[in-house]
Ligand binder design. Structure first.
Ligand code: TNX
Length: 514
């Protein structure tokens, strides 16, 4: 595993030259509409002020986050002040944007005098500031003062997402990742306008979230991980801190407790959850499909009620993920019986349900979101769910699974769904991928990252970059902008930023890195 850092570019490698002129189109995800104006350009300087919508604490907080990126590298004071209308300098304003921006989009205008970002919502303003970062030289991402021409190319962008859900998933069960590691991943993905973080909080190898009344889930069930390391778990306070951190980057956390399979950590912690009343040992291997909650015991549903109730109270978002995948140790009839009991429990706690696509067999309500993870382009149950009104989240394993190896030499990851180079991750259309699931039935895309082979944030980043930006672009950018040659050129520019940020990445030979 230590070879990964050596295989990746190191942060100290040379960044792009200070003189490199950026173009208004050099952004990932590709904006919906871009009108460059070569006669205009804005240059940051000692006197630049960031003014934010008067009376909006959220706009002010976004202004402070932007200043937090721009100050260390430029060395400029960049005060954040309230304003009603565009000033000289950078303005972040609510209202007055092109109506096409909708709820999450923004309009960005760059002239000699000013950069003006307008949006209907704070989420849109935040998205606009992520674009602005990318329009500045890569060195803007440095934590230390740099010499550069801090120029933003002139023109106008009107931008908004294709899909509502642009997600990343992190498996914190197979290997546990600290709060700081997860925050760092949130920083990484927020740059690409990802707005959902799905946390896979429990599996055979570890239970990672405190549940009142069930202390052994974490004290014992959370005490190890794949390979036998010490594991870990999030206290309620730590978890709420993660949720709040994600929210500050306009990312909603979707917690998953996988069931009825993938439950060995819980079964090992509480003997009474097993049909035979005997707790199995903790598991530190990487097999799947061998565990099941006991479908016919009433305590199972008391347990689930407590778990879902706690998750619901920790979750500002609408959705709770109930897993439901690879329940090979549960009889098909029992699986349906189980889901029929669990779906109302989620509803009772005021949440909508999402789960791996197998659970559509239980005919959940139309508000439920099945997550397609198959490797075929045909699935009758998923197509039938779409017919009934369910919106499908697309994460086909052979396209979007960030834990698949890039090629046969990749030191980390698995290959059961194939090898996924960055062009494979990019070249598919979520809006027409599964037969009889039309674009209108697609809720969005997600890039899952399973962690059987991943031990720390460097490993996470090595697998996520450069593929995560590919999936993020499929979720945000209009299909009309989809173009591999354009994407690979823009991706090379992101590599410059990762070097400055210290983000580990796989230097794919498909990309002409600078
Ligand atoms: C399948 S995909 C799983 C996970 C594994 C992953 C490894 C899915 C819903 N389940 O349990 O971690 O493969 O790639």
């Amino acid at each position: 595993v230590t070879t990964v850092a050596a295989a990746a570019f190191s942060p100290s490698a040379t960044a792009e030259p200070a003189s490199a002129a950026k173009s208004l189109t050099d952004v990932i995800p590709a904006p919906a509409s871009v009108s460059p104006d070569a006669r205009q350009a804005f240059r940051l300087n000692w006197t630049t002020v960031i003014s934010t919508e008067r009376g909006s604490a959220e706009a002010a907080a976004i202004g402070r986050q932007l200043a937090g990126v721009l100050r260390p590298s430029t060395g400029y004071p960049l005060p954040v002040v309230p304003a009603w209308y565009p000033n000289h300098g950078i303005s972040l304003l609510l209202g007055g944007a092109d109506p096409r921006v909708g709820q999450e989009g923004y309009e960005l205008r760059v002239s000699r005098d000013s950069v003006v970002i307008r949006a209907k919502t704070a989420a849109g303003l935040f998205a606009g500031t992520q674009t602005l970062r990318q329009l500045l030289p890569a060195k803007i991402e440095s934590k230390n003062r740099q010499r550069a021409n801090w120029t933003v190319p002139g023109g106008r962008i009107v931008d908004f997402p294709r899909f509502a859900h642009r997600g990343a998933m992190l498996d914190v069960s197979r290997h546990f990742f600290s709060v700081n590691e997860v925050k760092r991943y949130i920083d990484d993905i927020a740059q690409y306008k990802v707005n959902r973080l799905h946390l896979h909080l429990a599996d055979d190898q570890g239970w990672r979230i405190e549940i009142p009344g069930w202390p052994r889930l974490t004290s014992y069930g959370g005490s190890t991980e794949v390979g036998g390391g010490p594991g870990g778990y999030y206290t309620k306070k730590q978890y709420l801190d993660l949720v709040a951190y994600a929210k500050s980057k306009y990312i909603t956390v979707i917690p998953e407790i996988d069931m009825p399979g993938h439950t060995n950590a819980a079964l090992a912690s509480y003997a009474e959850l097993n049909c035979n009343g005997i707790a199995p040992p903790l598991y530190t291997g990487t097999d799947v499909g061998f565990s099941s909650l006991c479908i016919d015991k009433e305590i199972t549903y008391k347990f689930i009620d407590d778990v879902i109730g706690e998750l619901a109270s920790l979750t500002p978002g609408e959705y709770i993920h109930i897993g439901g995948d690879e329940a090979h140790a549960t009889k098909p009839a029992d699986y349906l019986k189980f889901m029929q009991r669990v779906l109302p429990i989620v509803a009772k706690h005021g949440k909508k349900v999402t789960g791996w696509h197998e659970f559509v067999k239980s005919v959940p309500p139309a508000s439920a979101v099945p997550q397609y993870w198959g490797t075929d382009d045909v699935d009758e149950d998923v197509a039938a769910a779409a017919q009934r009104g369910n919106k499908i989240l697309m994460s086909p394993a052979h396209k979007s699974y960030l834990d698949m190896k890039y090629d046969e030499n990749t030191p980390l990851g698995q290959d059961w769904a194939g090898l996924i180079e960055v062009d494979t991750a990019y070249n598919w259309d979520p809006g027409s991928f599964v037969k009889d699931v039309p674009e209108a039935s697609v809720r969005g895309v997600e890039a899952p990252l399973w962690s059987e082979t991943l031990e720390d944030i460097k490993d996470i980043e090595f697998m996520a970059f450069p593929r995560l930006p590919a999936i993020a672009e499929l979720g945000w950018s209009p299909a009309s902008t989809h173009d591999w040659e354009s994407f690979r050129g823009r991706l090379a520019g992101q590599g410059d930023r990762w070097k400055v940020q210290g983000v580990t990445f796989y230097p794919s030979p498909k990309i002409a890195w600078h």
